[in-house]
Design a protein around this ligand. Structure first.
Ligand SMILES: Nc1ncnc2c1ncn2[C@@H]1O[C@H](COP(=O)(O)OP(=O)(O)OP(=O)(O)O)[C@@H](O)[C@H]1O
Length: 334
């Protein structure tokens, strides 16, 4: 679920994949469901029936404890951010598999919410606190969602409208009543989002306020497989600029890789909408159309990752199909 353009991961890999197996939830236990996965002892391998799948790390269901997921997979990317590397953490999986729970995208700011993003906030601000005597920081956040191939600003102060969902048991669907924002290309080939809200934040509490505000605004709906299914891809981006304080520039700083320049980097934390089969989610009408958009975006992401993972193609400067979806365009070079 984790990728880094950085040398943040152990061993300097560009892409690392971890699986987090959630326990059965009450409704599944009540329906008599049982675990269908097992971990191959001593291996990062998950066995489902006669098939074995190998990952970089496996958490939950007798793999490593889920509490070590952040330390192993995400903390190195926070370190990389301070060294000026961009990184992305993607939560991918079937609908209801626990992406939002794992990422902590349903953050309510009540101190009880766990997950990757709250831990990232904690880690970044404790490091900023340690370094603030020598370094000036400018930290900004943005929170957007891609819903039916349109990009919406979850921090836009405009109110939401709530529509009745078609053919669902819990008829709630929050639709941003705002106009979608446009993806623009900059002169140097970068990608920006025109007019996206990107407030400066000075503390983890302030960042948490934006996370919970955006979480509430996200499009969710009910399906047979998840009563609170996220119907969009959500991208929470932390942008950091660092500059050495002038009184520190005269001192000899070991490992100082940015002198008096500004060092900028971004960490994207992405909670993807779940991959789904219409037959199993019971989706029809509006929900089915959402599912089609979701699966199309995930297919484009899969194609980009496999093109990037193809050494031959990369070396020969082969085509990477970033333009096939908004998700891949946004993650391309932001
Ligand atoms: N590690 C876990 N421990 C306990 N409960 C979990 C865990 N992970 C997920 N759950 C529960 O499982 C249910 C589905 O989780 P969640 O909404 O995070 O799935 P999702 O993959 O984001 O689904 P979707 O793609 O439909 O949005 C929720 O009720 C959540 O509280």
């Amino acid at each position: 679920m984790e990728s880094a353009e950085a040398k943040g991961g152990s061993g300097g890999e560009c892409v690392r994949v971890a699986v987090n197996i959630r326990p059965l939830i009450t409704t599944e236990l009540n329906d008599g469901c049982t675990d269908c996965t097992s971990i191959v002892p001593g291996e990062s391998q998950v066995q489902i029936g006669s098939h074995a799948f190998t990952f970089d790390c496996v958490y939950g269901n007798t793999g490593s404890p889920p509490s070590s997921l952040f330390r192993d997979c995400v903390a190195p990317l926070c370190d990389a951010l301070f060294c000026g590397y961009n990184a992305t953490v993607l939560a991918y999986g079937q609908t209801g598999s626990g992406k939002t729970y794992t990422m902590g995208t349903n953050y309510m700011g009540d101190g009880r919410s766990g997950g990757v993003i709250p831990e990232v906030m904690e880690t970044i601000f404790s490091r900023v606190e340690e370094m603030k005597g020598t370094t000036e920081f400018l930290i900004r956040v943005s929170f957007i969602e891609i819903f039916k191939e349109e990009v919406f600003d979850l921090l836009d102060p405009a109110p939401l409208s709530f529509l009745k969902g078609e053919g669902t048991t819990l008829p709630k669907l929050a639709i941003p009543s705002r106009t979608p924002i446009q993806i623009r290309e900059t002169l140097n080939g970068g990608i920006t989002l025109a007019g996206v809200t990107e407030p400066e934040v000075r503390s983890k509490e302030e960042m948490g306020t934006y996370l919970s505000k955006g979480s509430l605004a996200r499009a969710t709906g009910s399906t047979n497989m998840n009563s609170q299914s996220s119907r969009s891809h959500a991208i929470f981006t932390i942008s950091m600029e660092q500059k050495k304080r002038s009184h520190c520039l005269t001192a000899v700083v070991i490992n100082d890789d940015f002198g008096d320049d500004i060092l900028s980097a971004k960490l994207h934390l992405v909670d993807l909408a779940g991959s789904e089969r219409a037959k199993r989610t019971g989706a029809d009408g509006m929900r089915l159309k959402e599912g089609i958009h979701i699966n199309r975006g995930l297919l484009a992401l899969g194609n980009v990752i496999s093109a990037l993972g193809d050494d031959k193609k990369r070396k020969e400067g082969g085509h990477i199909p970033y333009r096939d979806s908004k998700l891949t365009r946004l993650l391309q070079a932001r």
